[in-house]
Ligand binder design. Structure first.
Ligand code: PLP
Length: 825
C-alpha cells in the first residue's frame, strides 16, 4: 500500500524554497524580521521549517497505521533521554545540504542555531537513552509503534561545580519554547487516585468490585515526531503532562485568597514537574508512584480509547499490541489493564487475565538488589486501593499454582510471593512483572544469565520459557552518522552508505585495518575530532586540553559500582610515580583523563567522589613537575549533547564496573563504534564487545563475576589489600594526608575509610590488575599505527551493537511483530 504525498503539504526541497519558508516562519511564526531576530527566533523558525519536511510523512504514517491495524509495539518508559532534535530531524529529512546553503546565503551560521537548542533531559542515563535509541530504531525499521512517557517540566538537573563540589540547578529546557512538541489538550485523559473500593451486585446478580476515587488529575498529551532514517516513516512519542481538573477557582479568588485559588493546580501539576534524579536506586516517594500510575493510566486509556478503532474486539488485543515495560517503572500498568477489563468493561477475571498475560513484556535493567523497586502496601493501598486488591488476587492465584508445583516447599512459596513481608509489607514490582509478563529479558548475555541464575532464580525454574536475553544497542544515526561526520564520510567512501541502517556491514572495513593509507586517514579524523573537543571544552567550560594527548574517557552516572574511584586511583598513582621521582616525566605518555558524571543529589558518597576528582584535577593540572603532560578534565553537566563531541574524540574507553554489577552499559558500545579501545572488566556488554573485537584489541582486567562472588562469600577485607600493596597504599595515603585538599585530612576522610573498611564494589581488590592493564595501554599506545589498527578493528567489529539489531531481536523473540512496508518513500 503505497500512496504519494499531497503536493500542497510537501515543502519545496530547493535552497530558494527553504529560504522562503524560513523567512515566512520568522515573519508569521515569530513575528520578527531578519533585522530584529534573536538567535532563539532564528532557531525556532528553523526548527519549524525543518519540521515541515517531516509533517506529511507523519500524517501519512498515522493514516496508514489506522487503516492497516498491524500488530504494534507500545514502549512504556518513565524516561526518554532524547538529546537535541534539530540535527536528527535534518538528517532524517535529508535536507542538511539545502539548509546549510540557505542559511549561509542569509548570513546565518547553522552551528550557532544548533547551540540554541536545549536538549530535553527527560532521563537520567543509560535506561532513558536506551528508550530514545529504541524508538529511533523502531521508526527506522518501519515498525508500527508508539512511545509513551512523561513530559517533565524540569528534566534531569543541570550540574554545576562550586569549588569542585556538585551544585544542582533546575533544567529549564522549556523556558524558551520547544518547537518539537504538539500539545493536544482536547485529547486529555482523566486519572484517578485515592479513595476506596466497594463491592456491589451487578444487574446479572454477580458480585463485583469498583473503585470510588478520592481525587483526580488530567493528563494532556504532547506528541513528538520520531522520524525513521530516510524511509518515509515518522512514528510518535506521546508524553503526558499533568493539569488540574479545575485549574482556577474564581469563587475563592474573589473571596480574596489568591494562593488558595490556584492550590489545586499546583498540587496536580507537581506530578509532571520533575524527573527523579536517581539512577540505579528507586526512591520510595509517593510522588514517584503518582508519576508512574499517571503516565501508565493515560497511556492505556489513550491506546484503548483513541488509538484502537471504536469497534475493536478487545479479546484480540494480543494480536494488535504488546506493551514493553522499560524496567519496573510502568509495571502498575498490569493491574490497571485488569481493572479496565474487569471493572469497567465487565469481563470475567479469567478472561481478563488471559489477555493481560499476553500483552505485557518486561525488561529488567539491574542486578543491584537495592534497585529492585518495591512499594509499601500502605502507600499503594492509599493511592491505588483497587490496584492493590487486584495485585493481591494475582498473587493469591499465582501462589496457589506454585504450591501445586512444589507441594512441600512453603519457603519457596514465600520467596516467590509478589508481596514481601519484611522489613514492611510491600509489593515487589519486578515479581509482578515477571508473573504477568509474557517474556522477561535482561539486557546483555551475562546479565540475563545472572537474572536466571540469581536475581529471579525461582521464577526461571518455574517459568523456564519466559526468560530471554536482548543485548542493548545504540542508534548508529545519532552516535556515528550525526556525531562523527568525518568518520561517517570515510566509512561511506569505503563501503557505501548502507551501513547507517545495516551496521553489520561495518565488517567490510576489516581488510582496511591493514591498509596504511586508510589508517592514516582514520588517525587524522580522530585527531580532528579531538580538536573539535578541545575547542568545545575551551568555549563551554574554560578547560584547556591538548589535541596531542591520549584521550582517556570515563563518562557515565556517578555510582560506586561503576568505580570512578578506580580510575582516580590510577591517576593518583601516575602523579605519585612522577612526583616521587620514580618515573621521569619525559617517559610519561601525555594523557588527558576526561570525566563526566552527575551524582544523584541525595547520594553523599557519589558527591564526595566528584569533589575528590575535581580536587585531584586542580592539583595535577597546576603542578609544574608534571609539565602539563597529565591533565584531568571534568566538564560539568555530562549529557547527550556533550557525549556527541566527547565520544568521537576518545582513544580509550573506561568500562570498569565490578563484574556482575553493570547490567549492560551502552556507553561502552558508543565508544567502540567510534574507534576507542576499551579497558574493561568482564561485565555487562563488555563481555560481548571483547568477544567480537578480540582480546588483542581490548584491555581486560579484574575479577570475574564468580570470583567476586567467592571473595564476598569468604568475607572481603579491603584493608588486607591496602596493607599488602605499596602502590595502592601510597595512592590512598595521598588522599588521606590531604595532598589534594591543602593538607586538610578531614574533607575526604569518608571516601578513604569507606574504601578501607567497606569497599562494597571491590575497588581495592581490582586495583593492581587495573594498574597492570593501564601499563599495557601505555605500551600499546606508544605504537600509534598499531593502536589505530586496533581502533579500526573495533569499529569494524562492533556493528552488532546497533539498536536496530536489538529491536530485531525483540521483534523475533518477544513481540512477534513485524515491520510493515512504509506508506511511501
Ligand atoms: C549512553 C549514555 C549513558 C549511558 O552510559 P553508560 O556508560 O552505559 O552508563 C548515560 N548518559 C548519557 C548522556 C549517555 O549518552
Amino acid at each position: 500500500m503505497s500512496e504519494s504525498l499531497d503536493p500542497i503539504t510537501v515543502p519545496d526541497r530547493t535552497v530558494e524554497g527553504f529560504v522562503q519558508e524560513f523567512l515566512r516562519e520568522l515573519h508569521f511564526g515569530q513575528g520578527v524580521d531578519m533585522s530584529r531576530a534573536s538567535t532563539n527566533d532564528k532557531y525556532l523558525a528553523l526548527a519549524r521549517t525543518v519540521r515541515h519536511h517531516l509533517m506529511s510523512r507523519w500524517m501519512q504514517t498515522l493514516r496508514h497505521q489506522g487503516q492497516v491495524q498491524a500488530k504494534s509495539v507500545a514502549y512504556l518508559s518513565a524516561e526518554f533521554l532524547l538529546g537535541r532534535q534539530l540535527d536528527n530531524a535534518l538528517l532524517a529529512a535529508d535536507i542538511d545540504g539545502i539548509v546549510t546553503e540557505g542559511l549561509t546565503s542569509l548570513g546565518i551560521d547553522l552551528d550557532d542555531l544548533r547551540q540554541a537548542e536545549q536538549e530535553p533531559g527527560l532521563g537520567n542515563g543509560g535506561l532513558g537513552r536506551l528508550a530514545a535509541c529504541f524508538i529511533d530504531s523502531l521508526a527506522t525499521l518501519s515498525v508500527p509503534s508508539i512511545g509513551y512517557g512523561i513530559r517533565y517540566e524540569y528534566g534531569i538537573f543541570r550540574q554545576t561545580f562550586v569549588d569542585g563540589w556538585q551544585v544542582e540547578q533546575p533544567d529549564t529546557w522549556l523556558e524558551l519554547g520547544s518547537p518539537w512538541e504538539f500539545p493536544h489538550p482536547e485529547a486529555a485523559v482523566k486519572v484517578n487516585f485515592g479513595g476506596s473500593t466497594e463491592t456491589y451486585i451487578d444487574d446479572d446478580g454477580n458480585a463485583r468490585s469498583r473503585w470510588l476515587p478520592g481525587w483526580s488529575v488530567i493528563g494532556v498529551p504532547y506528541n513528538y515526531m520520531v522520524p525513521g532514517y530516510r524511509n518515509g516513516r515518522v512514528n510518535t512519542l506521546r508524553l503526558w503532562s499533568a493539569r488540574a481538573e479545575k485549574s482556577f477557582d474564581l469563587q475563592i479568588f474573589n473571596s480574596g485568597d489568591y494562593a488558595d485559588a490556584v492550590r489545586a493546580q499546583t498540587f496536580a501539576e507537581n506530578i509532571s514537574k520533575v524527573l527523579y534524579p536517581e539512577d540505579s536506586t528507586p526512591q520510595g516517594k509517593e510522588l514517584r508512584l503518582q508519576q508512574q500510575y499517571f503516565f501508565v493510566a493515560c497511556s492505556l486509556a489513550d491506546f484503548l480509547d483513541n488509538v484502537l478503532p471504536g469497534d475493536f474486539d478487545l479479546t484480540k488485543l494480543p494480536d494488535r499490541i504488546v506493551f514493553q515495560l522499560n524496567d519496573t517503572h510502568p509495571v502498575i500498568a498490569i493491574p490497571e489493564l485488569m481493572r479496565l477489563l474487569v471493572d469497567d468493561r465487565g469481563w470475567s477475571w479469567e478472561d481478563a487475565w488471559a489477555v493481560t498475560q499476553q500483552v505485557f513484556a518486561y525488561t529488567c535493567h539491574t542486578l543491584l538488589p537495592e534497585a529492585l523497586e518495591v512499594w509499601s502496601v500502605d502507600l499503594l493501598g492509599r493511592l491505588l486501593p483497587r490496584h492493590l486488591e487486584i495485585i493481591y488476587r494475582i498473587n493469591d492465584e499465582f501462589l496457589a499454582q506454585v504450591r501445586k508445583a512444589y507441594p512441600d516447599d512453603e519457603l519457596r512459596v514465600r520467596r516467590m510471593s509478589i508481596i514481601a513481608e519484611f522489613p514492611e509489607r510491600a509489593v515487589r514490582m519486578a515479581f509482578l512483572a515477571t508473573v504477568a509478563g509474557a517474556k522477561v529479558n535482561g539486557v546483555a548475555e551475562l546479565h540475563s544469565q545472572l537474572l536466571r541464575d540469581k536475581v529471579l532464580n525461582d521464577f526461571s525454574a518455574y517459568f523456564p520459557d519466559k526468560f530471554t536475553n536482548v543485548t542493548n544497542g545504540v542508534t548508529p544515526r545519532r552516535f556515528v552518522r550525526m556525531s562523527n561526520p568525518a568518520l561517517s564520510g570515510l566509512i561511506t567512501e569505503a563501503i557505501g552508505e548502507g551501513w547507517v541502517t545495516d551496521l553489520g556491514r561495518l565488517r567490510e572495513l576489516e581488510p582496511l585495518a591493514d591498509d596504511a593509507e586508510f589508517r592514516r586517514r582514520f588517525a587524522e579524523i580522530k585527531r580532528g575530532n579531538k580538536t573539535r573537543l578541545v575547542d568545545l571544552l575551551a568555549a563551554r567550560d574554560g578547560i584547556e586540553i591538548s589535541p596531542d594527548a591520549m584521550l582517556d574517557v570515563m563518562v557515565k552516572r556517578l555510582h560506586e559500582y561503576k568505580r570512578q574511584m578506580l580510575k582516580l586511583l590510577h591517576v593518583i598513582t601516575l602523579y605519585d610515580r612522577v612526583t616521587s621521582g620514580e618515573l621521569p616525566i619525559d617517559q610519561v605518555t601525555p594523557r588527558t583523563f576526561a570525566f563526566g558524571a552527575k551524582a544523584a543529589p541525595g547520594y553523599k558518597m557519589a558527591k564526595q567522589i566528584i569533589g575528590l576528582i575535581n580536587a585531584v584535577g586542580r592539583t595535577i593540572n597546576t603542578d609544574p613537575a608534571l609539565e602539563r603532560r597529565l591533565r584531568v578534565a571534568f566538564p560539568a553537566n555530562y549529557n547527550v549533547t556533550l557525549a556527541e563531541t566527547l565520544v568521537p574524540a576518545a582513544d580509550l574507553s573506561e568500562q570498569i564496573s565490578l563484574a556482575g554489577k553493570e547490567a549492560s552499559g551502552t556507553g561502552n558500545m558508543k565508544f567502540a563504534l567510534n574507534g576507542a579501545l576499551t579497558i574493561g572488566t568482564d561485565d555487562g556488554a563488555n563481555v560481548e564487545i571483547r568477544q567480537l573485537v578480540g582480546d588483542d584489541h581490548f584491555f581486560l582486567f579484574g575479577l570475574t563475576e564468580p570470583e567476586v562472588a567467592d571473595i564476598v562469600d569468604a568475607g572481603y577485607r579491603p584493608s588486607t589489600y591496602y596493607a599488602a600493596n605499596p602502590t595502592l597504599r601510597r595512592a590512598l595515603d595521598h588522599i588521606a594526608h590531604g595532598t589534594f585538599s591543602g593538607g586538610d585530612q578531614r574533607v575526604f576522610e569518608p571516601v578513604v575509610s569507606n574504601l578501607l573498611h567497606e569497599d562494597r564494589f571491590l575497588v581495592l581488590a581490582d586495583f593492581q590488575s587495573y594498574i597492570d592493564a593501564q601499563d599495557r595501554v601505555e605500551k600499546a599506545y606508544a605504537d600509534q599505527d598499531g593502536w589505530t589498527r586496533s581502533a579500526v578493528l573495533n569499529v569494524a567489529r562492533s556493528g552488532f551493537f546497533s539498536s536496530d539489531r536489538s529491536i530485531k531481536d525483540y521483534l523475533d523473540r518477544i513481540w512477534h511483530a513485524e515491520p510493515v512496508a512504509p506508506p511511501f518513500v
